[in-house]
Design a protein around this ligand. Structure first.
Ligand code: EPS
Length: 383
């Protein structure tokens, strides 16, 4: 069984993670892992914290000579900002004045009630999206695994606030990497940057949408056996597990609700030499009946504007029981470009379990053999 776990507070000493269940003999390229971490730190609209952090993975267990051993993989990413916050966050001696004014839309209030914390810092430290650095780190290891099987992911930003970009299914990833907002349409990207500047000036924040696409996933990943095994649910659940995510749509998503059945699905046809079944469209986003159908997986994700506003929202002081503006802490204006990287990571993590369930294997050689046989058998089924 494949599983993962993360731990770590935003301003604590470090983030840690464990990946359990990846096969042995997977080669890891630490430079590539660190490049993925750096990609998450970028994006126009980030706050001052990103000038402090330089996320770098430290491999602690499960890897020897740059290859996985088949044992649990343990990794660590340090929080540089801890040095400034030791007095607050030291696991033994940390203390400080209580944060008392919850931010509307944040975990502050619900978490305080749940854990019986009178200091909202005890909630916000784990609720912070800082923790996504570790998810991205673990998912970058999964990307090496999926990549060895020919399964790749990519992502791009398609909306920031009111600025929407028209981006087709086949965008150029180089254009995304070259864009400060990870949007492949340069004109829209410019307008997005202007919108972020305006939000920053107004003490406000902006949300948006991004698309994650998966190429090379064979048919038959996920299962219609039980509701919790359906691939659309597995992917949507993982993405909804991200801070700020409010909607996940697969393929046509919510647009499908207004279409007649004749325009909502992907017809079957035969390829040129009639030996192959082809799908001229991909409205289903690569999933039918809770299983991958061999087409690209296409997921659109909507994120809310983050709730930490520099022009503080109306709130209350919970200790004094008086009206007061919400706590203002250093934060970002727009996290959509970073969220796209985290979203891609969540899809990588979500796919690794059902891919391993389908092909199994304790070593990469075994997994690849199993996959090859499975894909060949599926191809030969209707020959
Ligand atoms: C975050 C608030 C900001 C972000 C942080 C997420 O941190 P700080 O309050 O320390 O300035 O920078 O994101 C990260 C640290 C990160 O690595 O992405 C929040 O409240 O969610």
């Amino acid at each position: 069984m494949f599983r993962y776990l993360t731990a770590g507070e935003s301003h604590g000493p470090a983030l840690v993670g464990i990946l359990d269940g990846l096969p042995a003999h997977l080669r890891l390229d630490v430079t590539r892992l660190n490049e993925t971490l750096a990609r998450r730190q970028g994006g126009y609209g980030r706050g001052a914290r990103m000038n402090i952090e330089r996320d770098e993975v430290e491999l602690l267990a499960g890897v020897r000579g740059s290859e996985t051993l088949g044992s649990p993989i343990a990794v660590l990413v340090r929080n540089r900002d801890y040095e400034r916050n030791r007095h607050l966050m030291d696991p033994l001696a940390g203390t400080g004045p209580a944060l008392t004014n919850p931010r509307p839309g944040h975990a502050d209030y619900a978490g305080a009630l749940k854990y019986r914390h009178r200091d909202l810092r005890n909630v916000l430290e784990r609720a912070s999206a800082r923790e996504t650095a570790m998810r991205v780190c673990l998912a970058a290891i999964c990307a090496e695994f999926l990549g060895a099987l020919g399964i790749t992911t990519r992502s791009c930003v398609t909306r920031i606030g009111a600025v929407a970009a028209e981006v087709g299914a086949q965008w150029e990833q180089d254009d995304v990497e070259a864009s400060d907002v990870r949007c492949p349409d340069a004109r829209s990207a410019e307008a997005m940057i202007a919108a972020i500047d305006a939000a920053r000036a107004a003490g406000d924040t902006l949300g948006g949408t991004f698309t994650v696409s998966v190429d090379g996933l064979p048919a038959g990943i996920g299962s219609n056996r039980q509701p919790n095994q359906r691939l659309d649910g597995v992917i949507a659940g993982a993405l909804m597990g991200m801070q700020t995510v409010k909607a996940v749509e697969i393929g046509l998503g919510s647009d499908v609700a207004s279409l007649p059945g004749s325009q909502a699905h992907d017809r079957f046809a035969l390829g040129e030499d009639a030996s192959r079944v082809v799908r001229p469209s991909n409205r289903a986003g690569g999933i039918e009946g809770g299983m991958s159908n061999g087409e690209a997986i296409v997921v659109r994700v909507s994120v809310k504007p983050i709730p930490t506003l520099m022009k503080a929202a109306p709130s209350v002081n919970l200790h004094e029981r008086s009206a007061a503006p919400a706590t203002v802490v250093r934060s970002d204006v727009c996290v959509v470009p970073a969220a796209a990287i985290v979203g891609e990571a969540m899809v990588r993590l979500a796919l690794t379990a059902p891919v391993l369930e389908k092909y199994g294997g304790d070593s990469m050689e075994e997994t690849l053999d199993n996959m090859r046989r499975s894909v060949e058998a599926a191809r030969a089924l209707f020959e």
